[in-house]
Design a protein around this ligand. Structure first.
Ligand SMILES: Cc1cc2nc3c(=O)[nH]c(=O)nc-3n(C[C@H](O)[C@H](O)[C@H](O)COP(=O)(O)OP(=O)(O)OC[C@H]3O[C@@H](n4cnc5c(N)ncnc54)[C@H](O)[C@@H]3O)c2cc1C
Length: 320
C-alpha cells in the first residue's frame, strides 16, 4: 500500500513552507501520510503537520538534534521509515534535504530522485521532472526497481493547502547515540530579519546593472515595499555589493517564487538555472536583446534608475 513519510524541516521553531507543500500534495492525492519531526524543542510543531494532512508524526526531540547532523538525522529518518512502513520518503530540496536525501537512500539501499520541479504520483509509480546541466535539459525520471521511493522536491513546486485534521498522533523516537566522528558546533546566520529566499513568495533580485552598492540601496526599498526576499546575481555578490547568501543561480540558491523581479540582470544561463522555475518573471533591463527577456512574462526596457523609483511610488500608492 502506498504510504508517504514526509521529513519535516524546521527553522527557528517553525515548520518551513516547502514541508507544508509536500504534505498538502500528499493530502490532495488522499495518500496516507506520516511525518517525521527532528530537532530540539520541536514537539509542539506536530499539530502544525497534522493541520496539513499528517496522520502520525514521529518525533525525535532532543538537545543533541538542535543542529543538523547527517548521521543522526539519517538514523532518525530510517527508524521512522521502518516504524511507519512508508513506501515513499519525501524531503524538500533545501540545503539540508540535499545532504540528507542521498544518505537516506543509501541507508535503505535504494535509489533517489532529487531536486524535483514537477511530480506526478500514481500509487508508487512516480513520474518526476528535474532540471540538469544548469537547466539546459529537463530530465524525466521514474524508479525502475522496487523498494522504498526516496525523493526531494524543490520549494515552490507545489501549493500549500491546509487540511481538515487538527491534531496528530505523535510517536516518540529513540535518540541516536552521539556521532563522535562529526559534530556541528555552531551555525552562523549571515543576516538577521531578512526574508529567506527559499521561503519567499516574491523575490526582487539585482544584477550588475545596479552598478554598485548605491544601486543596491535604490532597489532594496522595492523589495521591502512588496514584502519580497532580496536576491542578487553572482556578479553582484562577487563584487561584494551583496552577501553570497543572496546569490541566486546554479552555484547559489535555487528558488521558485510566485513572482521574481530581475532588475539589471542579463539572464545568463547560470542565473536562469536558479530562478526559471518562478511562476511569473518580471525583468527590467535597458538592453531589449538581453536574454532575460526570453524567459520574462513582463519586460520593461528601460533604465532601472528611472524605472525602479516609479515602481516603488506606484506600490506605495496602492498600499495607501
Ligand atoms: C560555473 C559558473 C557558475 C555560475 N553561477 C552563477 C550563479 O549561480 N548565479 C549567477 O547569477 N551567475 C552565475 N554565474 C555567472 C553568470 O555567467 C553571469 O556572469 C552573471 O549571472 C551575470 O550577472 P549579471 O546579469 O548581474 O551581470 P551582467 O551580465 O553584466 O548583466 C548586467 C545587465 O544589466 C543591464 N543594465 C546595465 N545598466 C542598466 C540600467 N541602468 N538599467 C537597466 N539595465 C541595465 C545590462 O543590459 C545587462 O543585461 C556563473 C558562471 C559560471 C561560469
Amino acid at each position: 500500500m502506498t504510504k508517504i513519510l514526509v521529513v519535516a524541516e524546521v527553522k527557528d521553531s517553525e515548520i518551513k513552507k516547502p514541508t507544508l507543500e509536500l504534505l498538502s500534495y500528499a493530502n490532495s492525492l488522499s495518500l496516507e501520510t506520516d511525518a517525521v519531526l527532528i530537532g530540539d524543542g520541536v514537539s509542539g510543531q506536530a499539530d502544525v503537520l497534522a493541520g496539513y494532512g499528517a496522520k502520525k508524526v514521529y518525533v525525535a526531540d532532543d538537545p543533541s538534534l538542535g543542529l543538523y547532523s547527517t548521521s543522526a538525522y539519517t538514523s532518525v529518518v530510517a527508524d521512522a521509515a521502518s516504524q511507519s512502513g512508508a513506501s515513499q520518503i519525501w524531503l524538500t530540496s533545501s540545503e539540508t534535504g540535499k545532504d540528507l536525501t542521498p544518505r537516506i537512500a543509501a541507508r535503505l539501499g535504494v535509489g533517489a530522485i532529487t531536486d524535483i520541479t514537477k511530480l506526478e504520483v500514481n500509487g508508487d509509480n512516480i513520474k518526476a521532472s528535474r532540471p540538469a546541466m544548469a537547466t539546459k535539459v529537463i530530465q524525466e525520471c521514474s524508479f525502475t526497481q522496487g523498494g522504498v521511493r526516496v525523493l526531494s522536491v524543490r520549494g515552490g513546486a507545489l501549493d500549500v493547502i491546509p487540511a481538515d485534521a487538527a491534531s496528530a498522533d505523535a510517536v516518540s523516537l529513540s535518540i541516536p547515540e552521539k556521532d563522535l566522528r562529526a559534530a556541528i558546533k555552531e551555525v552562523v546566520s549571515e543576516a538577521g530579519g531578512e526574508i529567506d529566499l527559499n521561503e519567499a513568495n516574491i523575490i526582487v533580485s539585482v544584477g550588475r546593472g545596479v552598478k554598485g552598492p548605491e544601486g543596491v540601496d535604490l532597489v532594496k526599498p522595492l523589495a521591502q515595499a512588496i514584502g519580497a526576499g532580496f536576491g542578487a546575481s553572482r556578479a553582484v555578490c562577487d563584487a561584494g555589493w551583496m552577501p553570497h547568501s543572496s546569490q541566486v543561480g546554479q552555484t547559489g540558491k535555487v528558488v521558485a517564487p510566485a513572482v521574481y523581479f530581475a532588475i539589471g540582470i542579463s539572464g545568463a544561463i547560470q542565473h536562469l538555472a536558479g530562478m526559471s522555475g518562478s511562476k511569473l518573471i518580471v525583468a527590467v533591463n535597458k538592453d531589449p536583446d538581453a536574454p532575460i527577456f526570453k524567459v520574462a512574462d513582463y519586460g520593461i526596457v528601460g533604465d532601472l534608475f528611472k524605472v525602479v523609483p516609479i515602481l516603488i511610488e506606484e506600490v506605495q500608492k496602492i498600499k495607501g
